[in-house]
Design a protein around this ligand. Structure first.
Ligand code: HEC
Length: 186
């Protein structure tokens, strides 16, 4: 066999392996709607299977995820100061809301399988996230929808008073998820 034939055969074989394993480009469902249609996807199944094994990047992911949540919290608390305590920065309102909308889009990324609490952890993300991925994805989708609602309200309204209800829904979005899937630091 000439070198060139051998080269092509190797490439062909590699391509076959890659494509026959299916979901190689998919990973964790980025598109929340994908996990919502009730049909467990291949990634859904993988997520459960893989969760038994800690991810090799587990510590890095968890450290990042906590910073990410603090970033959400920073924007959320800034809004609280403006909308509920009347801090004189109402012109910043939309910036914080848009930051939250953008960050919320990334939320599915920060929960890859294998990054839940282990038996010797005192706090963190409950492993049930990856057993109830449909429900978890729905909570992310609700949170995103609540933020879109707040953004619309902010664009339509000139006064922060009118945003109180939409802001309360965003808060509920944080709490709904935390109640089910987060164990707080003691
Ligand atoms: C869909 C689920 C979900 C939503 C929505 C959500 N969180 Fe979280 N949050 C979690 C989970 C799970 C953890 C635990 C992560 C860990 O410790 O690995 C967490 C952790 C946190 C933490 C602790 C970070 C640390 O340093 O330990 C803060 C603060 C936080 N969230 C704030 C918020 C705020 C504010 C919102 C809404 C604006 C929000 N979260 C929305 C799931 C969510």
């Amino acid at each position: 066999m000439t070198l060139i034939t051998r080269f092509f055969l190797t490439v062909l074989l590699a391509l076959l392996v890659v494509f026959s394993t299916g979901d190689w480009v998919k990973g964790y469902p980025r598109d929340v709607s994908e996990a919502q249609d009730g049909k467990p996807t291949a990634t859904y199944g993988d997520a459960i299977a893989l969760d038994a094994q800690p991810s090799p990047d587990r510590d890095l992911v968890i450290a990042y995820r906590r910073r990410y949540m603090s970033a959400l919290s920073g924007h959320y608390r800034s809004l609280e100061e403006i909308l509920e305590n009347e801090a004189p920065f109402s012109e910043h309102t939309l910036t914080h809301i848009e930051a939250l909308v953008s960050l919320a889009e990334l939320m599915p990324d920060v929960f890859p399988p294998g990054t839940g609490m282990m038996s010797d952890d005192d706090w963190g993300a409950k492993p049930s996230i990856w057993e109830e991925l449909d429900n978890f994805s729905q909570l992310i989708a609700n949170f995103q929808a609540n933020l879109e609602g707040l953004k619309l309200a902010a664009m339509e309204s000139q006064t922060s008073v009118n945003l109180t209800d939409s802001f309360a829904e965003v808060r509920e979005g944080c709490l709904d998820c935390h109640r089910l899937y987060r164990v707080r630091q003691p």
